[in-house]
Design a protein around this ligand. Sequence first.
Ligand SMILES: Cc1ncc(COP(=O)(O)O)c(C=O)c1O
Length: 380
Amino acid sequence: MLPFLPFTRPTLDEETIAGVGEVLRSGWITSGPQVKEFEAKLSAFFGGRPVRVFNSGTASLEIALRLAGVGPGDEVITTPLSWVATSNVVLTVGARPVFVDIDPVTRNIDLDAIGAAITPATKALLPVDLAGLPVDRDRLYGIAARHGLRVIEDAAQAMGSSWRGQLIGSFGDLVSFSFHPNKNITSIEGGCLVMNDESEAKLAEQYRLQGVVRSGLDGMDVGILGGKSNLTDVAARVGIGQLARLDEFTRRRRELAREYFTWFARPEFNALGLGMPVADFTQSNWHMFQVILPESGASSRRAEIMGKLHAMGIGTGVHYPAIHLFTLYRAAGWKDGDFIHAENAGRNILTLPLFPTMADADVGRVVTALAEVLQVSRQT
Ligand SMILES: Cc1ncc(COP(=O)(O)O)c(C=O)c1O
């Protein structure tokens, strides 16, 4: 039998692994010179904008909300189809998430529906580039400008994606990324925030480490309440090795995505009735390749299909169940039927294997296995 094909897998090269060894032997393993270097390289990558790194994308988002002054009494407009971190951070800072359904084609927040959700309490827009497909930045910033709103881009999945030729993160308001191992580049855990100016960056440093401000050799003060979300030098060294390879990774992901489209376009696979992602090979970084399974009645057979694929040596994932239907969110008043497109995706979306070291032939293996499983599942 062929080796198990996971739905994702980080690509860590020997040079990076050796570099981590050097950091471990250096005598300085937490935040230090590697963090500074990683931040400088990220800033250069994003066209010179200030960047700070954190120990997670979640911390980066939470700090972005604090920098934007979002707190109790404020509303933040976001999508129900994301990793739950996106809206959890809004709750963490004491504000209220206001969900707007997705556009079923892009699977990102429906920009046409945002206007109706804006109230006098709305402080910010928090869109997500699901699977790396960018939200329309022209329309997004048009809405924000018309209503005087801050934008916190949850670009956790969009490292290397672009909008009209400009890298996501190189323009805009506050732009947050994640370096979780499943992301297009990783620092094992980690994230970064691209900001507007040095004063925001200084404040982000305070939020990142207990609110501390140092001066001279021995001066220390704490003016605001900060947390503990600094990145280690060991993690930063991994991130440095990864950033150097991002363009190569993105190219390969786009090739593999094209390969999926070629396979799914064949009549026998096209007939499966799968919902396909947007075929964008210039802007998306193809963080994930996700199909929407056909629903049988109102019930999803996703778990059964995933189990059968697993038995055939193929890993899949679910990204994501609709956030508003989690117990915590239902308790705050959301219910079934509130956002039908996100709910349909939440029940039926399936992430297929896609990572840079995957072979072209693996794509054919996935598509034929999925077709076999779906055909059998239809007959039973
Ligand atoms: C859309 C989105 N937002 C936020 C996060 C949070 O990032 P992290 O897991 O690094 O905290 C992730 C990734 O996990 C994500 O995919």
